[in-house]
Write a protein that binds this ligand. Structure first.
Ligand code: C6P
Length: 403
């Protein structure tokens, strides 16, 4: 058996999505901007995909959805263009974000700081969530943008986006949310929640890699990031990637059509896995209240066991997991969210992210419970920093200790 438990990094493309995409590689392959029938043949499919995306997030207008190459592009677009439009071309100088955003937000903010923009990186509470009143307290007359993720990729924790959106609306500050880990997993209703810009990525909900979208409320002005042709009404240049756009539309429709039911089923499996690991393996804890988490995510800390060692053992058992964001997996750094919630460096190296999907089976959950436990036992038995659970002379089991 092999088990994929890294669905926050990316997901398997749903076979129904692949099927929907296939004709657009070698049958309907014309450039949608060409005037001949080979080009125009793709127009109904593009219109359908826009319709599928705008309905899935309950946007007010189809024109508010612009396809991009990925969420990294969507995030860069918002941050860099707000800088151009409202800081260079206006009287603002300040952006607010959080310490636990994805690198596509954090690195762009660092770049903007080098250009002279003032950036506030808000701390999170012990749940790994930024609180709405904290956002409010940092907004000034000079704030151009607040950028706060809808759900965190490492913990699955859901942020108070509705409240933050209201605060931004009241204060007249633009609000961007990176909703990559929310769309397709939990309800995202843009008629109920005020957001000016929302980033999405198809490969997080069983669509193809290499396509995303940016929602722009009321099609408000936002300078293009990519200059060139008049694609997408001149807002985002580059020949439209029709097969991938079709795939994103199909994927978001499949992910959201029975969302309540799907969420419940994934959560049941996630909770069973989490309960079993916490019960069977001493000295473990998970980050964040599970009622306020995306239904598929667990960030578990296994005391005395380096995350990389765990990944190695799990990989040997054909289980794919991660220590956090896939983008940061090569530098062997501590889990950023665990550091942000106050874990010390040693503890922050013990985090393992397990993320399920609607394709995860009960057998796979059982397999992971079994092999996770074995991996921890093996690694703790050779860990110099961990005293194994040993029966005391009286026969009782003594608590594990960190030395
Ligand atoms: N997070 C993870 O392992 P792209 O790949 O550009 O479509 O998405 C980037 C991105 C943006 N925001 C959030 C919240 C994300 O989780 C991601 C992708 C993966 O957590 C890969 S680093």
């Amino acid at each position: 058996m092999q088990v994929y438990m890294d669905n926050n990094a990316t997901t398997m493309t749903d076979p129904q999505v692949v099927e929907a995409m296939l004709p657009f590689f070698s049958e309907v392959y014309g450039n949608p901007n060409s005037l001949h029938k080979f080009g125009t043949a793709s127009h109904p499919a593009i219109a359908k995909a826009i319709d599928q995306v705008y309905k899935a997030v309950n946007a007010a207008d189809e024109d508010d959805i612009i396809f991009t190459s990925c969420a990294t592009e969507s995030n860069n677009w918002v941050l860099q263009s707000v800088w151009v439009d409202h800081i260079l071309g206006g009287d603002k100088d300040h952006i607010i974000t959080t310490e636990v955003e994805h690198p596509s937000v954090l690195s762009t903010c660092k770049f903007l700081e080098e250009q002279g923009v003032k950036v506030t990186y808000l701390p999170v509470n012990e749940q790994g969530v930024v609180e709405a009143h904290t956002v409010k307290s940092f907004i000034t007359d000079k704030t151009a943008l607040v950028s706060v993720m809808w759900a965190n990729n490492e913990t699955g924790m859901i942020f108070p986006i509705e409240e933050i959106g209201e605060i931004c609306r009241e204060k007249g500050v633009l609000f961007h949310s990176d909703a990559v880990q929310a769309v397709g997993k939990i309800p995202v209703d843009l008629q109920k929640v005020h957001v000016d810009f929302l980033s999405m990525s198809a490969h997080k909900f069983h669509g193809p890699k290499g396509v995303g979208a940016l929602y722009i409320k009321n099609s408000q002005p936002l300078s293009p990031l990519l200059h060139g042709g008049e694609h997408m009404g001149g807002r985002r240049s580059g020949t439209l990637n029709v097969p991938y756009i079709v795939g994103m539309g199909k994927a978001i429709e499949l992910a959201t059509e029975n969302l309540e039911e799907t969420r419940r089923k994934i959560r049941e499996k996630r909770d069973r896995l989490e309960d079993a690991l916490l019960e069977l393996i001493p000295d473990t804890f998970t980050v964040g209240d599970r009622d306020n988490r995306t239904p598929n995510t667990i960030l578990i800390s296994v005391r005395g066991v380096e995350g990389e060692g765990m990944l190695w053992d799990l990989n040997n058992a054909a289980i794919g997991a991660s220590t956090g964001s896939a983008c940061a997996s090569e530098d062997l750094e501590a889990n950023t969210v665990m550091l942000a919630i106050g874990a010390d460096n040693e503890l922050a190296h013990t985090g393992i992210r397990l993320s399920l999907s609607r394709f995860t089976t009960d057998e796979e959950v059982d397999y992971v419970i079994d092999h996770f436990k074995k991996a921890v036992e093996r690694l703790r038995s050779i860990s110099s920093s961990y005293a194994k659970v040993k029966p005391t002379p009286g026969g009782e089991v003594r608590e594990c200790e960190l030395h």
